[in-house]
Design a protein. Sequence first.
Length: 300
Amino acid sequence: MKTQMTIPYFTIDAPYELAYRNNGTSSPARPHTHNALEIYLTMSDLPDVLLDDTVSSVSKGSLIIIPPHHVHQLFNQKLTIYERYVLNINSDWLYTVLGAGSGLMPYADPAFSPAILRLSPTGLTGLCSQLDHYLQLHPQPSLSAYADFFSLLSILDSRIQHGLQASSTGQRSISQSQKNINEVMAFINRHLTEPLTLESIAAEFYLNKDYLGRLFKEHTHATIGHYISVQRANLAQTMLAEGRTVTEVQELLGFSSYAYFFKFFKKMTGISPSQYRKDNTMPLSHSPSPHSKKGTAVCV
């Protein structure tokens, strides 16, 4: 019987973390983003996987690829047991190692869309064996640990690249109620710079606001207000990284004052907008946008 295992972050810069989990939680994470490439191998069926503006069912034996700065939530049922392998790689560290713009791992670019890859039974068994083997290797940081990590990453990359090339029209299992919520999320993302309330969104879809609120929370484990906040914070980060001033971003997103925007941004990201801009500004032509769609979500 496998035990809970984790290969932790190795340095102060927190380059990566690989973990095997087979447990539940009383407080599932709400929709969120982070500055990391997440590779998630689910060994359990997931009824409501949120990736950007799409909720769908994902079957066990699927590999979910989530580039940095994409809103996601993979499970939301309290106290339900979920078996999974999770690899998170800090994107800044990865760019430093591989070279920004190298194209070696295109799905690690925030401009790439999340993808869902179905593994064959043989491929699933082999990948689990390789992950288990790596988890047994290195409890402490060492050059050998990094060498073995990149060997594992090469195996994962080969499977992901092959899967992405195998199909360009991914199919997800989406129920009618999930489809309704996906249409609502797509509407929200098209209107992030405009005033949005539960009432106005419900009116747009000719729905009772209480019914819409319940349906949205059922599939996303979050309120519509929280989802809007996460997406607006994500868009604010993109704008700041592109070089826009804090005042420009505040006005473009419709915040009535700098103080209000400052409080919102710091609550959502943990740092001030000016500090984020200072740390992340890059030339506009090279700024990745989590709202552009270079990649295609696929199932193979």
